[in-house]
Ligand binder design. Structure first.
Ligand SMILES: [Zn+2]
Length: 79
């Protein structure tokens, strides 16, 4: 099984953000798979780490977080 690095919010509460590895997901019909080349942290990630009201209304841990990235599309679903 091929693995990828990812940052996970493991549970509700202040903290619980870890760098770990997960299996690379299957590509669904309407998905693309991106090999990430660069990432950044934005204010949303800080809200998630500290588990403030903003995060509590939008997140349901455990989940992979991060949305500021660029990379190369390596696989495309049926589209
Ligand atoms: Zn952002």
């Amino acid at each position: 099984m091929e693995m990828m690095k990812c940052v996970v919010k493991e549970q509700k509460g202040d903290g619980y953000v870890v760098l770990t590895e997960k299996p690379i997901p299957e590509v669904g019909d309407n998905d693309v798979l991106i090999r990430v080349k660069a990432v950044a942290i934005c204010g949303t990630d800080v809200h998630i780490k500290h588990w403030d009201d903003y995060a509590q209304k939008r997140m349901n841990p455990p989940t992979i977080i991060g949305h500021e990235y660029s990379g190369v599309v390596v696989k495309v679903g049926k589209m």
